[in-house]
Write a protein that binds this ligand. Sequence first.
Ligand code: IPT
Length: 994
Amino acid sequence: MTNYWESTAPGAGRRAPRADALSNARRLDLGGTWRFRLAPTAAGAGDGAEISSPGFDDSAWDALRVPAHWVLEDVTPLAGGPARSLRGSDEGPLYTNTALPIPIDPPRVPTENPTGDHRLVFDVPADFGPAVLRFQGVDSAAKVWLNGRELGYATGSRLPFEFDAPVVAGENVLLVRVHRWSSGTYVEDQDMWWLPGIFRDVELLERPAGSIDDHHVVADYDHVTGEGTLTVTADVAATVRVPELGIEMPAGSTAVIPVEPWSAEQPRLYRGTLESAGEIVELSIGFRTVAIVDGVLTVNGRKVFFRGVNRHEHDPDTGRTLSRETMIRDIRMMKQANVNAVRTSHYPPHPEFLRLCDEYGLWVVEEGDLETHGFIYAGWEGNPPATPEWSDALLDRTRRMVERDKNRPSVVVWSLANESWTGDAFGELERWIRDRDPSRPIHYERDPSYKNSDFASLMYPTQELLEQIGQRDDPRPEGVTDDEDARRRTLPFLLCEYAHAMGNGPGSLADYQRILERYDRFCGAFVWEWIDHGFRAHTDDGREFFMHGGDVAYRPNGGRYCLDGLVFSDRSPSPGLAELKKALEPVSIVVGDDIEITNKQHVAGLEAFAFDWVAEVSGEEVARGVLDVPAVAAGESVRVAVPAVSVPAVSVPAVSGGVAGSAGLAVSAGEVWLTVVARLAAETSWADAGHEVTFGQGVIAGSRVAASVAPRIGAARSGDRITLGAAEFDAESGRLVSLGGVAVDGPEVDLYRAPTENDRGQGSNNNVAAVWQAVGLERMQHRTDSVEFGDFGVRVTGRSAPATHPHGVRYTFDWSASADEVSLTTTVEFVGPWTETPYMQRDILPPRMGLRLALPGAYREVDWLGFGPEESYVDSRDAARFGRFAASIDGLQTPYPVPQENGNHVGTRTLALAGDGLPTLTVDGDEFDFTVRRWTSQDLERARRPIDLRDSGRVWLNLDARQQGLGSASCGPALPDRYRVPRETTSWTLRFRV
Ligand code: IPT
């Protein structure tokens, strides 16, 4: 006999799936403290009928919160004693990425199958009518008993299931037996932690006689007439009321009436009721029509563009158990970051999230709870969508999603699945949806014929390929017939994943956006992904960090691949989110000879925005005002004149020896920079009035002030020192030892950076970090070849090269000085055989062309004129604006959960460091990159977690001609060549003042 948890039958005893709804019928929330016992095998759990009988003694069990994943909770013995936690053990949360955690032998699972009995004694009021037990999500399979009687079982972790519940007045006993592994495991191989448990609500719903079991709201909008067509059907006689529209009609009839449409921008909902003899169900109706017209996705007759993110449900403490506040927080943060769409990767979210999307306004691509990625390790042999035996189970999943969420206006696309290759099942799922809900298009990415999809789609294409796709001219995929290929090109294209946000990155967000906006074929894109899936954890001595897969001794292990979000595990935003916000701006502001303002929205005018401007010279404000922008319809542009700004000829005081905050920034630019900001004119549900939506910047007058040419001072030797103006050198090594009395050490040529996750990219050609290490960039040794001095200043030449190898660089430091400053021109030339490595067939390119200088640890504050306030890299700099910024050194470090290169600033003109008892050290240059840290790149690379980083006692200042970009090669194409550091002779000049 087949064990039920190993059967492909999706369940037994369940009620038919139906619409999620809020109603006036009574509802008992059964969440709270339950009793819990974990058995190592399914069989070991015991006799469910007996355990769920009122007399059963569970006093030796543990206490467990429900809803929760037992692997993340502290379980407390009822009999007393310390709480236990499974976190960090191989019985706890496991992360495998694509690999299945069980042998591939579908639908069977190992006998060792942790099984959690969840027992609850609860009271039901005497007047409670017929009842239904509803489970919103149980991972991965559950059997349910009530008062000694078996109700049935279910698989489908992220989908609801219900049983008729013969409750009695007074005390009732509920037993939910949850198996960690089941047949469901094979079709739930999404890239996320394996987290068993009753992780969403458990409710007892009263179903009075005549109550509404299911209802279906169809609310179309005709953009030509401006009329909505509303039909609400129900399984019982009922009355539809929408007071605002004056509608009162029987269910099943249709009203056609002028309405305001629903869109993510203007989420106009009409509240109403559906009343039967037994129940009143709340209606929240959004009128909208989704249609594909000539290969273009439209809503309400206008092309729609998804500025999207992929969202997993994640909380660093409770896993996929999310509070309503957390859902709202996600939505507010998304809206504030100009995100207007969510792909619910890779399963239906908690239904409340979709209600909130209706209310706040987000387009939703809702994805089925289906991924069979792990079959890749069996060459797709036995893949469930291609195996008839699984048909019912897969259709059951689709039905439960569509029935539950069919009434949500925010849901505009159904996605059949993620990464499940091909199979006839997709045809069955498609046909079922077309019949049940013809109002929404269907997406499935992985089948290259797209025969069951209304969209062509891909993940992580190169920019070049995306261009071709935009032109409907991309190469034909293998195994696709002529007809399929012809049809595929007519489809709109949905980029369901791109810009892998793992670690520092992604780069090229603005590049992708430009391509996506250029072609009508594109209906938008979804960044992978919203949030890091790290769990809050503590070291033995109590220091907090966020654990990833690699912190659990278990194989197969997906390591830190679960940390790839735009927000960190605790939802603090990463710099990537700021860059995305700029790329996704709903209005663009281009400052040039005039100011061009383009409304990139779907339907709205610019009424929601107020524009103001500020003019600055060297980061100092010289004027500000309000910009009047005439009405601009969606999709249109307008040009307005640059405001007249009168700038005094010499506007900003020159050098001063100030301290940080008011630090001694010199005038390094006479340019007048105009920054125009678009803000929310009024408070919205998701942000305050004044919230900055986006900005545009440009130089409107003046030009850069050239470095002053002061009379030069010569160098002289005394003892073992050479003195040149404020600089002192060691006469033997030529190293700078003091600047204006400040002890310094260096500079050294530095070509290395602590690899980012993207530097360790996937694929044979993408792991550039391995190449850097193979050629020794992280362990360069330095030799001085000559030290000359005289009236010209000081010239130091030498060679920097890695142990083991014959290649290296020759460097020349040309120092000169005036009364005010010491200037350094560095020239780096590559010497020796920089040959191909076995690791990589492309040219060996260093990540930086830079210098490293050690300074006293007492430096604390940084002030710079350049780009900020957040970190920036050549391919991720659109969110950074030109101006003058201040920060502490500690505040410049971005705490990526896996330490790596961070905190760079491109385009710097002046940098000043200040600290206790130290003179301010100022560096001027022509657009250099800088980082300042209390540790070296090597320390940063060695640290496993941010808490491992220790103050080295010195401040390490990197001053670079260039640093390579970020890319997103951790899953995606290699970094484009234009963002790399060419291996060619390079010179750059920096001027120091103390
Ligand atoms: C893609 C998956 O769909 C997503 O879940 C995630 O795993 C992402 O990769 C990487 O983080 S699949 C990949 C083969 C492109």
